[in-house]
Write a protein that binds this ligand. Sequence first.
Ligand SMILES: CC(C)(COP(=O)(O)OP(=O)(O)OC[C@H]1O[C@@H](n2cnc3c(N)ncnc32)[C@H](O)[C@@H]1OP(=O)(O)O)[C@@H](O)C(=O)NCCC(=O)NCCS
Length: 424
Amino acid sequence: MKALDGIKILDFTHVQSGPTCTQLLAWFGADVLKVERPGVGDATRKQLVDVPGADSLYFTMLNHNKRSIELNSKNETGKEVLTRLIEECDVLVENFAPGALDRMGFSWERIQEINPRIIMASVKGFGPGKYEDCKVYENVAQCAGGAASTTGFLDGPPLVTGAQIGDSGTGLHLALGIMTALFQRERTGRGQKVLAPMQDGVLNLCRVKLRDQQRLDAGPLKEYSQFGEGIPFGEATPRAGNDSGGGQPGRILKCKGWETDPNAYTYFITQAAVWEPICDVIGKPEWKTAEGYATPPERLDKLNEIFGAIEEWTMTKTKFEVMDICNPLNIPVGPILSTKELIEDEGLRATGTIVDVDHPERGTYASVGCPIKLSDSPVDVTRSPLLGEHTVEILRDVLGYEGEALQAVIESGAVGEAQKTAAE
Ligand SMILES: CC(C)(COP(=O)(O)OP(=O)(O)OC[C@H]1O[C@@H](n2cnc3c(N)ncnc32)[C@H](O)[C@@H]1OP(=O)(O)O)[C@@H](O)C(=O)NCCC(=O)NCCS
């Protein structure tokens, strides 16, 4: 048994943010019915194509364990089928541009009329306010949510990060909102509307940067490298390069091979509690007691010198040797792992966080599996559906269309040409 067995999701999502949310729900056992425009489907199916004619990795890696129904929700019969889906499902998840669902004739009021128990969950770029009508993509959210202004080096421009905190991050927020609403429905019997704006999701992940914004009122942020370098602070939380955010000085340092390998680096934290082992490891035992080096506040204006000395040592070791030497001494370090190293990582493969998936059009590919592990609800990652693969199955088994009624839906054109052939 899976945790969400029996929960049906009307998955009206596309691109990344919404699909990551419904993929998680599918992994936890929900029956996720992905509604896609006939003949077209989720635009990502045909974006960043690597195998001509096959669904792209962009699509397949975001839509595992789902079923696909082609449905034109602007066609009259299509609207009837959509109404039936709303009646049958527990949750409707969507991330259309603002107002798209209303334009289809399915406002929240109408959806509640059809099924008062349904939860309607939406990702939008912004919450209510002056930007609420904007279409928003990942990097816009990173910029609007405080991530870009606080990422990068002090002397460089704002930077976006590789982690998709706007899309996948908001998908996670939405999944939590949905689960909470399902839990409340157990007691009230009523559905509700769940909204996860991308700006708000990114801002939530930048919480510590808003902490620092307010700490500026009390004076400079001493754990930032710029303090030790004597560079004055401005009005807002600055970009902190690779400084660690938690108050313990940290940097990314070169390791053996850095000249040719762009990822031969390690993260290194000079945690106060392990200062003495650090001094021994890097061959500076005198720093354990030397004036100006023995305590964390004294070291703040010498971080460049200290990390320079540590780097002289790390450059003689591979990033994995640094890990092997420092871990037993409780010195917090971490290798900079490339995507190639991660996809080949035996540990991640053993836990199912990296999985191989077979696909009829593209063969075997690697994907990121479910990163959340439930001991009583194991996850089996299955491939993403082909466009409309389950149209007839869903019309029959979920919605109860049979015989002439089923034929009429197919003949109406609401579910696409391909299904006409499939049913004949
Ligand atoms: C991502 C985004 C920018 C894409 O914009 P887009 O490609 O123009 O797509 P839209 O969401 O506007 O939908 C396009 C149209 O397709 C229609 N459509 C979608 N599925 C349909 C279906 N099954 N049948 C008929 N029409 C359908 C929509 O109703 C909409 O029509 P409208 O413009 O007449 O209202 C936009 O959806 C958005 O801002 N979403 C919210 C934020 C978000 O999730 N962003 C991150 C994405 S990773």
